[in-house]
Design a protein around this ligand. Structure first.
Ligand code: EPU
Length: 419
């Protein structure tokens, strides 16, 4: 098992290139199951979750070729069964359900199970498949979906915490090959949904309105191969932007799309950082005095839950009280107790974390619990004086491409060591 050892207290300076978005690439790869023809996805980040998705496609019968940051998938023949061993390691693998049902009219996908950040139900995914005419049952731990015909319908996809990102993706993919028109109301508006719709349209689908709460999908009889470049990762960009502000540095994010980051950049500016938007990216510069800021996570275009833990670290450095409220997941505060080990003063009150700053942080061993909590601990380690050891960084490698290398390029002292 690997750990990251950080000698903190050094500001980040320089430029970093933002990789392709993990949460765009996973559904894009699933979408390649919708056609027999080869599909080419570019700007694919080198991540264990992506490798894993490649393995799932291969197990389903597709030919998968990785070449640098390009993946070619040819799903000439596919089978409709994705078993527990495939699905349990990564929740994102549930997005093979829609394409398998769309293409084969039959799919059996193992239920993905729980998650450290809270329960992650898939009732809305199943509601969508049923609305298209599939018979959906849960048998022996599998979602079994079967339809003689898939027929478009009008469907409300909002849930208790708002829209669902992968649920929207799943229904969009199945509906692309249904008969007639499907109208999704309360669809997720995330840029990753738009990216998927763009790819599906390049494959011959007819999808309008992606990026708004109403998506209209006119089914087509079949899809063909296509090439597509994934969008840059807005959460990786947010993580580096927050790290720049937290370490009193200045970092240019090459390739980041500021229009996908408005809520994060707005909060960074409110917290006292300077943001300079450029055509091919943006620069974040710390100012001497940080200000406390309240943040509530929301569906896009609100502040993303995937940047909440990182923002909390920044707030430990702002003098005063910041309240960070998590509205998407029930227990996405696993980082709080670990941040306390570094000297942060944070108390939990229901769905909110009350951060009292500014507290000096000092290095200590900490344990990563999930992907974004790991990113927060890494930023805290960069801020903290002395040595911080972040254990179990396989979580980080699921979602951040070469993060230690990228940080070294910005002047950080970070080493990957085997324990
Ligand atoms: N929900 C339901 N029923 C459903 C589906 C979701 O109640 O059928 C609830 C969830 O419990 C949650 C909320 O709706 O409270 C939003 O969940 P959503 O379905 O949007 O999440 P997801 O699609 O499973 C993706 C990302 C997550 C990210 C969320 C929210 C991927 C592979 N995952 O998950 O990314 O947090 O959207 O933006 O795209 C991460 O990258 O660290 C990560 C967890």
């Amino acid at each position: 098992m690997y750990s990251l050892v950080i000698q903190g207290g050094r500001p980040l300076h320089g430029a970093v290139s933002i990789s392709g978005a993990k949460n765009a690439v996973l559904p894009l790869l699933a979408a390649t199951l919708l056609t027999r023809e080869p599909c080419v996805i570019r700007r694919v980040p080198n991540l264990t979750d992506v490798t894993y998705m490649g393995r799932i496609l291969a197990e389903l019968g597709a030919k998968v070729k990785f070449q640098g940051d390009t993946i070619t998938v040819t799903a000439n023949r596919v089978k409709g069964v994705a078993g527990y061993d495939l699905v349990r390691k990564m929740r994102g693998s549930i997005c093979v359900l829609g394409p398998l049902l769309g293409r084969l009219r039959e799919a059996q996908v193992s239920l993905p199970g729980g998650c450290i950040i809270g329960p992650r139900p898939i009732d809305l995914h199943l509601k969508g498949m049923r609305a298209l005419g599939a018979r959906v049952t849960i048998e022996k731990g599998f979602v079994c979906a079967k339809a003689r015909r898939l027929v478009g319908s009008e469907l409300f996809l909002g849930g208790r915490s708002g829209p669902t990102v992968l649920g929207t993706a799943n229904v969009m993919m199945a509906a692309a090959l249904a008969e007639g028109v499907t109208v999704l109301e309360s669809a997720a508006c995330e840029p990753e949904v738009v990216d998927l719709a763009d790819f599906l349209n390049a494959m011959g689908a007819n999808i309008a309105g992606a990026g708004s709460p109403t998506i209209r999908i006119t089914g087509v009889p079949e899809l063909h191969g296509a090439e597509h470049e994934a969008i840059p990762d807005r959460i990786e960009a947010a993580t580096f932007a927050i790290a720049a502000a937290a370490t009193q540095g200045e970092v240019t994010l090459r390739g980041a799309q500021p229009q996908h980051l408005t809520a994060v950049l707005d909060k960074l500016q409110e917290a006292g950082a300077k943001v300079d938007r450029q055509p091919g990216g943006l620069t974040v510069k710390a100012t001497r005095r940080l200000r406390p800021t309240d943040v509530t996570t929301q569906p896009y275009a609100g502040f993303p839950t995937d940047a909440q833990a990182q923002m909390m670290v920044l707030m430990t450095q702002a003098p005063g009280i910041s309240i960070i409220t998590e509205r998407i997941y029930e227990s996405r505060f696993m980082h709080v107790s670990e941040l306390a080990r570094l000297g942060a003063n944070i108390t939990l009150e229901g769905p909110s974390a009350v951060v009292k700053g500014a507290t000096p942080l000092s290095g200590a061993p900490v344990m990563a619990s999930d992907l974004r909590a790991s990113a927060a601990l890494l930023i805290a380690g960069l801020v903290a004086k002395g040595e911080t050891r972040v254990k179990r960084i396989y979580h980080l490698d699921r979602g951040y491409a070469k993060i230690d290398e990228k940080l070294r390029g910005l002047g950080a002292k970070v080493e990957r060591v085997q324990e």
